[in-house]
Design a protein around this ligand. Sequence first.
Ligand code: TYM
Length: 350
Amino acid sequence: MDQMEHTETTATEAAAASSAPVRKKRIFSAIQPSGQMTLGNYLGAIRNWVAMQDEFDCVYATANLHAITVRQDPKQLKENTTNLFALLIAAGVDPEKSIFFHQSMVPAHAELSWVLSTFTQFGELSRMTQFKDKSQRHADNINAGLFTYPSLMAADILLYQADLVPVGADQKQHLELTRTIAERFNGVYGKTFVVPEPYITKTAARVMSLLDPSKKMSKSDPNTKSFILMVDEPATIMKKFRSAVTDSEACVRYAEGKDGINNLMEIYAACTGLTFAQIEDEFRGKGYGDFKTAVGEAVVAQLEPIQQRYKELLKDKKYLDELARKGAESAARLSARTIEKVYKKVGLVR
Ligand code: TYM
């Protein structure tokens, strides 16, 4: 793993420091199955999910309950959910090592979400950037679920007593609210939830649009040239990078005011493991054309093997459903302890 915002003692280091058996730190994260995944999703989140599996005790889900806060075609949602499950396995999420399932298969998410919504303040929800953005984009459907979305996200995380949550930088605000909700509940009822920390990589935590590098790369952008999809053909990926916005300096260096080049450098660094200084050395005296080609090739090298495995996996949907069912069973077992404790503390008959 590359540098993290959060400095951690690893489970192994902790074990060496004490003779007591250590509980591995628990990880939870989820992704909405709302259409295709972008390079932003991959570099900001998915790659880290994969890398964390050996060291941590990981629980991952497709967040299909979150996805319906924006109107979805039912058939398409189901298909997107299975496709996302396959894509994540193709990218390296291993159902043998991690618990991996669909959110809607474990009712405790919705149950805890309701309880936690009574510990989330109207003012807090009103300040959420994602809510503000989405209510602008879907002005005809500003539903209550879109507003209380962060309470469900808090439930996802707190249900599993997660210590760390690997996400891209755009989810940090939701994570902060999750911490507030956990602390508020613990303050009233005594220690019930682990208060989780965000786990955000320093490189590529916010992959920007290729056409407007002041905006996050997002599949909802109407111009498809602004984002790379994980399933884009290699030729398409190369073409999109060639049309990426840069600047007139013609010098590959990381600096303020060079948002386009900075973004390409972040992507290149994330794909190759090189530092910015090494990248500047590699492209000294060369033009942006060469650099863009190299970035495109580095991205293709990451995505092509995933695309091949993805196509294979999609041939057997029954197998994928079976994996999700097994994952959901383990998740239900794990979350039962928390939901029982919460109901008891709040005084809800079960
Ligand atoms: P979602 O589905 O929008 O995105 C999934 C993950 O991808 C990251 N990401 C990015 N990272 C870097 N650059 C980008 N341009 C970029 N775009 C997306 C996101 O930060 C995220 O990590 N609310 C969450 C899903 C969720 C969740 C959870 C996450 C539901 N429950 C519990 C963590 C824990 C969301 O909408 O992510």
